[in-house]
Design a protein around this ligand. Structure first.
Ligand code: PMP
Ligand code: GLN
Length: 375
């Protein structure tokens, strides 16, 4: 069988999570919380189960949930988003897939900034378009000179990810000014802004594409309830897009899933207005600080983590193995699983960096850190 995606294998997240399970290792690889969800959310979920929520939801999502999302956007970013500009999706992954399939034509180009999350490139290839993978700077911030020199009139989309997975870096206002200038120069260019960690930032506040003048009409903003409410397995998220783009994205969405899990939608529509999302940053900041303090005695060097629930560490002073070999060996022999960063780079660049997920209960973090300090 001729493959449409010949270079795609099983994702590193599945590989490392299975390896962790096989070797009974602490799993700080795949990004998901291991602590219970909010009891209130669980109670609403149970209550909703006994109501009439079990048939197809409207194609674009429950009106109440779309409305609550537009209210949250207004509350956090002081911008008006009409509920018809909101589409409920089966996680950010489906939002990204539907967007790329809907907007990118054969032969067009899409800019992806490396190290990049793994679900961006395949939908570009499936659109018979070209993924142009451009490295971020050493500090994991956009290299605007390089980006600018790679954009041409055939470039349809630039995919941005802020706060950034895997590095945990966040964009500054200067980055947005550069992006604005690029859009001014290239009228056919659109932005797919992956903001799934929008509520997980620490010392600095997240700047959303929602807030930037001139970006709103040219941007599809993607978020995920998986990250915000510790429910990655529910696979529910949303995108916000201007009407002309939304019309095309919905054409794909309706044949990809038609609509998203109705029980999850009804639960979140009731829960969202109750929840203060400002609590999420400090909650994860405490975990980051705890994890960092535990690792201070180790030989790992910790890079800045400004947002997301990831901590990147250099093992340069511990081993000169490849990052993949090192991560596998550490899972098997030390009993702590992580993600090697080279797999997020098109050219496999290996800077001896691994990513730990600190969305774990303190006991797990403590025990994993004890082992990490032993090498
Ligand atoms: N984008 C980024 C940057 C992510 O880290 C993830 C998942 N962890 C996703 C998209 C996909 O989110 P979802 O699970 O809601 O599909
Ligand atoms: N986004 C999660 C991470 O970065 C993984 C999600 C997945 O397994 N597909 O670890």
């Amino acid at each position: 069988m001729k493959s449409k995606l010949p270079n795609v294998g099983t994702t590193i997240f599945s590989v490392m999570s299975s390896l962790a399970a096989e070797h009974n290792a602490y799993n700080l690889s795949q990004g998901f919380p291991n602590f219970p969800i909010d009891e209130r959310l669980l109670n609403i979920f149970k209550e909703q189960a006994s109501l009439n929520v079990h048939q197809y939801a409207p194609m674009a999502g429950l009106p109440k949930l779309r409305q609550e999302i537009s209210l949250k956007v207004k509350e956090h970013y002081s911008v008006e988003v009409h509920e018809s500009d909101v589409l409920i999706t089966a996680g950010a992954t489906q939002a990204i897939f539907a967007t790329i399939q809907a907007l990118v034509h054969p032969g067009e180009e899409v800019i992806i900034l490396d190290p990049s999350y793994d679900c961006y490139e395949s939908p570009v290839i499936l659109s018979n378009a070209k993924a142009v993978r451009i490295p971020l700077t050493e500090d994991f911030l956009p290299d605007w000179e390089r980006i600018r020199s790679s954009v041409n009139k055939n470039t349809r989309l630039i995919i941005t990810n802020n706060p950034h997975n895997p590095s945990g870096r966040i964009w500054t206002m200067d980055d947005f000014r550069e992006l604005q200038a690029l859009l001014n120069d290239f009228p056919n260019l659109y932005v797919l802004s992956d903001e799934v960690y929008e509520f997980i930032t620490f010392e600095k506040k997240h700047i959303s594409a929602h807030q930037i003048e001139g970006l709103k009409d040219r941007t599809i903003i993607v978020s995920s309830f998986g990250k915000t409410f510790h429910i990655t397995g529910w696979k529910i998220g949303y995108l916000v897009a201007p009407p002309v783009l939304m019309k095309e994205i919905q054409k794909v969405h309706q044949f990809l899933v038609f609509c998203v899990n109705s029980h999850a939608q009804a639960t979140l529509a009731a829960y969202l207005p109750e929840k203060n999302l400002e609590e999420l940053g400090p909650f994860y900041q405490e975990k980051r600080d705890f994890f960092q303090s535990l690792l201070r005695k180790s030989r790992f060097q910790l890079l800045p983590s400004e947002g997301s629930y990831f901590q990147v560490a250099s093992f340069d002073q511990i081993s000169n193995e490849s990052d993949v070999d090192f991560a596998i060996k550490m899972t098997k022999e030390i009993g702590v699983a992580s993600i090697p960063l080279s797999v997020f780079n098109a050219d496999g660049t290996d800077r001896k960096l691994i990513r730990f997920c600190f969305a774990k209960d303190n006991e797990t973090l403590r025990k994993a850190a004890e082992r990490l300090c032993s090498i």
